[in-house]
Write a protein that binds this ligand. Structure first.
Ligand code: C2E
Ligand code: SIN
Ligand code: SIN
Ligand code: FE
Length: 345
């Protein structure tokens, strides 16, 4: 381990104790600042790797110095040069947080070894800290990469159903942004808003299990045909329900519940009111608004006004009234999301 050029603060009253091991300190090119007045030493703006202070009764109080220095720096090791017989002060100074004592009269060999060991320890700690920071960085990057690809996969899954229906795949992102917006306006926390954004993209995934002849039928579906299409809610749920991934789990819940209606007349099982999962209630509004304002193989696009009137008509019937209110109160923001993806003129 390279302990060259480390920074040392040395405080002594009379003769510089480091002169006893000068050959050694020179060989390491240590950067040594020397002070005879502890107050001046404490004012030094530098950050040191090791502090050396000589306790000289009546002249230089190492106890006071250690106490004051510890106030400023909690970790920097302090070596105290102190009379070998003064056990009481040695104990006190160690209790105050000195790293070790070096006894006087000085043995240059022991002094050199203690200095070297302390410098090595300091160096090792700082290397370890650097490595920890590096590792934390790497973990952060790896986590970010993982999350990005997780999010990307959800968006690809979501787009696949739009593709099957010959729809603009930007609808998926409009649904995601609008769902997150309503989740935020409803006061759900940021974690749930994030889940709302990514999980809502797979709300119609079950449609990949529905024959194209039905999804792409230009005319109105017969009752039997509609019964088949309705299965997409349960199919999407079955795709996703065993996933351990929180987004896919939420996607399962949204798939299952996005065609339930507030008054209990929806499908697949006719849940009503707040027994319908909250993200399902949110996606229900966004889905219908998007479907109405879009041109589909089976219908023309409605105007924004007509679609809004429909939402208001269905308030408390198809839709949770509080989300219809939030939707209408924040229509500008909804429309600016649609504009951003060129889905409104
Ligand atoms: P989608 O096209 O994504 O429509 C989602 C929901 O928006 C519909 O759920 C419905 O609640 C609402 N919606 C869409 N268009 C209209 C409309 O013209 N009038 C009214 N009042 N509401 C509308 P829904 O009804 O459960 O349908 C689920 C899916 O079944 C639809 O998803 C679509 O893929 C298919 N579908 C429904 N009706 C027809 C149809 O007449 N022809 C064809 N080819 N597919 C249909
Ligand atoms: C498209 O723009 O490709 C489809 C039209 C629509 O759904 O708005
Ligand atoms: C909630 O905000 O999570 C509870 C209220 C509701 O389910 O609508
Ligand atoms: Fe659906």
């Amino acid at each position: 381990m390279n302990i060259n050029e480390m920074k040392i603060l040395s405080v002594f009253y009379n003769t510089d104790p480091l002169l006893n091991i000068k050959e050694y300190t020179d060989s390491l090119s240590l950067d040594i600042d020397k002070y005879q007045e502890p107050e001046k030493a404490l004012e030094s703006p530098k950050k040191y790797d090791l502090v050396l202070v000589e306790h000289t009764p009546d002249m230089l109080d190492a106890l006071a110095f250690v106490r004051a220095f510890r106030h400023m720096y909690r970790e920097t090791p302090i070596l105290v040069l102190i009379d070998a017989n003064d056990i009481a002060t040695q104990e006190k100074v160690l209790r105050l947080g000195a790293f070790d004592v070096v006894c006087k009269p000085l043995s240059p060999v022991l002094f050199q070894v203690k200095l070297q060991n302390t410098l090595k320890l300091t160096k090792a700690e700082s290397l370890l800290n650097d490595k920890t920071v590096l590792l934390q960085d790497e973990i952060k990057n790896a986590t970010q990469t993982f999350q990005d690809s997780e999010h990307e996969l959800l968006s690809v899954l979501g787009k696949s159903t739009q593709y099957k229906e010959h729809q603009n795949d930007k609808h998926t992102l409009v649904v995601a942004h609008c769902t997150k917006l309503l989740a935020r306006l409803a006061g759900l926390n940021e974690k749930i808003q994030d889940v709302a954004f990514h999980a809502s993209q797979v709300y119609d995934l079950g449609k990949v299990g529905i024959p194209d002849a039905l999804l792409l039928k230009t005319g109105k579906l017969s009752c039997d045909e509609f019964e088949v299409v309705k299965k997409h809610a349960k199919i999407g749920y079955d795709f996703l329900k065993y996933s351990q991934n929180p987004y896919l789990k939420a996607g399962a819940v949204i798939s299952f519940s996005h065609h339930e209606k507030f008054d209990g007349s929806g499908y697949p099982i006719g849940l009503s009111g707040e027994t319908i999962p909250i993200l399902g209630r949110i996606v229900a509004i966004i889905d219908v608004f998007e479907a109405l304002t879009s041109e589909k193989v089976y219908k023309k696009a409605w105007s924004i006004d007509d679609a809004c009137n429909y939402l208001i008509e269905e308030k408390g019937k198809h839709f949770d009234p509080k989300f219809v209110d939030l939707f209408m109160e924040n229509l500008d923001e909804i429309l600016s999301i649609k504009k951003k993806f060129n889905l409104v003129t």
